[in-house]
Design a protein around this ligand. Structure first.
Ligand code: 13P
Length: 256
């Protein structure tokens, strides 16, 4: 199983010129690296630009709608994304849940449609600071997983990547402790085992996101046994992003 490092550029950078500069510099810095699957998720208008510059780096989108096509102003379908070269789609990111009021039910429909389009969903879950303080972390994660994966078959779940992103750790430089991430990952595995079976739970990929940088990245793989990382802010700095990837060399221990 390859490690997975996903760059979520969110609504950045501002110009096409900056996009080309950032991507080209990441591509150059990571040339020849085959042991890690690297995915860049830029804003929609930049997907084709990056696809044309693509190397072994894979392309992902930050969201999608759940219909193929039609009168849905402003939306983008999974089929369109597949057609222009995407392999992954982030879904249920906390910024979409919070700002755009996306519900667990909407996330569930999106995951199903992403899978139908033969793309891999990066299914984000995570608790707020208040929920954590109130001791509700596992309760929230269980609800998000159960509803998000509702009626998704054993076969389909193989393609789903679960991204644990505690909301209080996103963009705050308050990264989650490695042992806490490990505890959450074990909880997710147990829950997936209950909902599906042991084999599914042992194969499902769980990644971590939230204030990841070149100093803590390898600890999430070594100590928390994550199978990958979802990187926000640090992926907008090519030197830092390259440093993150290089720090993960030769790590092969992850949770099964
Ligand atoms: P930061 O790495 O900036 O905390 O963002 C994490 C994130 O939201 C990735 O999806």
């Amino acid at each position: 199983m390859k490690l997975l490092v996903i760059a979520n550029w969110k609504m950045n950078p501002l110009t096409e010129k900056e996009v080309k500069r950032l991507f080209t510099s990441i591509k150059k810095g990571l040339k020849g690296r085959k042991n890690i699957e690297i995915v860049i998720c830029p804003p929609f208008p930049y997907l084709s630009i990056i696809n044309n510059l693509l190397s072994s780096i894979k392309l992902g989108a930050q969201d999608c709608f759940w219909k193929d096509k039609g009168p849905y102003t402003g939306e983008v379908s999974p089929q369109m994304l597949e057609n222009i070269g995407c392999k992954y789609v982030i879904v249920g990111h906390s910024e979409r849940r919070e700002t755009f009021k996306e519900t667990d039910e909407m996330v569930n429909i999106k995951i199903k449609e992403i899978l139908k389009a033969k793309l891999q969903p990066i299914f984000c879950i995570g608790e707020t600071e208040e929920e954590k303080k109130a001791g509700k972390t596992f309760h929230v994660l269980e609800r998000e997983i159960k509803k998000g994966l509702d009626k998704i078959s054993k076969k389909e779940i193989e393609k789903v990547i679960i991204a644990y992103e505690p909301i209080w750790a996103i963009g705050t430089k308050k990264a989650c402790e490695e042992n806490e991430v490990m505890t959450v990952a074990l909880f997710i595995k147990k829950l997936v085992s209950r909902l599906y079976n042991k084999k599914v739970a042992s194969n499902i990929k769980i990644i971590y996101g939230g204030s990841v940088d070149s100093k803590n990245a390898s600890d999430y793989l070594r100590e928390s046994k994550m199978q990958g990382l979802l990187v926000g802010g640090a992926s907008l700095n090519s030197k830092e992003f390259i440093k993150i990837i290089k720090s993960l060399n030769n790590i092969k221990t992850y949770l099964r």
